[in-house]
Design a protein around this ligand. Structure first.
Ligand code: ADP
Ligand code: GLC
Length: 487
């Protein structure tokens, strides 16, 4: 079958610019698609931190381009970097006036313009190189104007005549809303009649919702989340639109990059191990405890958390349930994460209250995240909602048993341990309340005391294959079905 030209537009890509799983997914997807013989370009902003760290070179013919936004001409250029081990080039949009700021995302008044520019730059870079994409794959609200712009602003250009759009929802909690008065600044003046009219009357315009209305196809990152977002409980106000497009919405669970997250070869950890040879894992546990300043133990379980600290991740439950256990049990808890101040304060307090049992690292630390995955016995993800989640898969691979709530991708990737049948790969609880989380923790301790069962549970998780190799064909099939679609 002929190969496809696929344009990916994303706000994040590992290892260059990452705040969460979107970065891992856009990088791996591009890499594996290119590995399968497709012609892939990934376009993302040239943030300040990328400029400081990455080795970049200007792409010839793509310098000093312009687009009208924010009431004037905005200039940008395209720069390129080689992604590790990937045949797909990563293209960065260099527009210092928009992207060279402290953080990737801002609450600045021109936040919408920043990502409108990303989308225009991605499409203009196709025009200027005469590269006709078969699929324009937009990720999250940041790129969600692409489907509409392909049908309006760029529709005159025959280059895009075969281009079909796919919008992937990685997190419905972030929708990109801006005041309707900013429409001209966002470059959407000519598209006004194609935007959601009720929202305009309410005085707002939404990037994600515009993508949901105009994309040829929609996807999200697990089958369960695809169903959940059509419900009032999880639809975050967009359930009606999602229901109306249900025939165009597909759930494909994320894969993991097994070169990055395999304990037998992971370059970021000092001790390696595999199923049946867990000595290295014991050494990783000791090394982790030493690194974070907790006393060594071979008998007590180590719990790990690596997360953005936001409402999504459900740490209220840890707040309400963990102190009782920390008082009662010999255990360790290692938390790596930053985000909302209330959670940072809570974990700081926990570490102070239980010295020798809890360590809190308030930072973003790629290497330490690998140490925690490998050196812990249990990984905690009590998410309120979770479109897919990657850490529960990294954990299973690493022989670290995940404790998760049954929601979104967590429901699709962790099977609850059944002590009678001795089946399962983790601990899954249903209701979002402290009592349910507490009972799940009690089940962890009960199982931990029976080390024979624990080893079985651990081995069942380690035996699973979550790699992108097993997943990539689903995307290729989706792209092909999209390509065959008539508008
Ligand atoms: P989300 O995208 O909602 O944050 P995921 O589970 O899909 O959740 O992905 C989170 C990714 O971000 C994982 O690769 C995780 O290891 C990483 N991560 C989150 N917080 C940190 C942190 N403080 N330090 C290092 N890596 C982190
Ligand atoms: C989002 C979701 C997370 C998902 C990631 C990658 O950030 O919160 O569940 O794994 O995107 O798709």
């Amino acid at each position: 079958m002929p190969s496809l030209r696929i344009l990916q537009i994303s706000a994040e890509c590992a290892p260059f610019a990452k705040t969460g799983g979107l970065a891992d997914v856009s990088a791996a997807l591009s890499r594996y698609l290119a590995g399968a013989g497709h012609d892939v370009r990934l376009v993302l902003p040239l943030y300040q931190r990328v400029k400081q760290k990455a080795k970049l070179r200007p792409v010839e013919g793509l310098q000093d381009l312009k687009v009208r936004l924010g009431g004037r001409e905005q200039w940008f250029s395209i720069w390129q970097a080689d992604a590790p081990r990937s045949k797909a080039p990563v293209w960065f949009v260099r527009a210092p006036q928009y992207f060279e700021r402290e953080s990737l995302y801002t609450e600045d008044a021109d936040e919408g313009q920043r990502f409108a520019l990303l989308t225009h730059a991605a499409l203009l870079s196709c025009q200027h190189t005469g590269w006709a994409p078969h699929v324009v794959h937009a990720h999250d609200w940041h790129a969600a104007l692409a489907p509409l712009l392909l049908r309006t602003h760029y529709a005159w250009d025959r280059l895009f005549k075969d281009a079909r759009s796919l919008l992937s929802i990685h997190n419905l909690g972030y929708q990109g809303w801006f005041p309707a008065t900013a429409i001209d600044e966002l470059g959407l003046g000519d598209e006004r009649h194609l935007l959601h009219q009720d929202h305009l009357q309410e005085g707002r315009v939404g990037f994600l919702v515009t993508g949901l209305l105009w994309a040829d196809m929609l996807s999200t990152v697990s089958a369960t989340y695809a169903k959940e977002i059509q419900t009032d409980e999880h639809g975050v106000g967009l359930q009606g639109i999602l229901r109306s497009r249900a025939d165009r919405l597909k759930g494909i669970v994320n894969g993991i990059d097994s070169d990055e997250w395999d304990p037998s070869s992971d370059p970021r950890i000092p001790h390696h191990y595999a199923l049946g040879e867990l000595d290295g894992k014991r050494r990783m546990k000791a090394a982790l405890l030493e690194r974070v300043g907790l006393p060594p133990t071979t008998t007590a379980p180590v719990f790990g958390i690596v997360s953005r600290l936001t409402m999504q991740k459900g740490f209220e439950l840890v707040h309400d349930a963990i102190s009782v256990l920390l008082r009662r049990e010999d255990m360790r808890l290692v938390v790596l994460g930053s985000g909302e101040e209330r959670y940072e304060r809570f974990f700081g307090w926990l570490a102070q209250t239980f010295p020798g049992k809890v360590a809190y690292l308030q930072s973003y630390d790629e290497e330490l995240s690998h140490w925690i995955e490998a050196g812990s016995d249990v990984f905690l993800m009590p998410s309120r909602y979770e479109p897919c989640g990657l850490n529960q898969m990294y954990s299973q691979r690493a022989g670290t048993v995940p404790l998760v709530r049954r929601t979104g991708g967590l429901a699709d990737t962790v099977q609850d341990w059944d002590p009678a049948a001795r089946t399962g790969t983790g601990f899954v609880f249903e209701r979002f309340d402290a009592q349910s989380f507490h009972s799940a923790l009690e089940r962890v301790f009960a199982t931990w005391r029976d080390q024979d069962s624990w080893r079985r549970l651990q081995a069942q998780g380690m035996a699973l294959d979550w790699s992108w190799e097993t997943r990539i064909d689903e995307y290729i099939e989706l792209y092909r079905s999209l390509h065959a679609l008539r508008r």
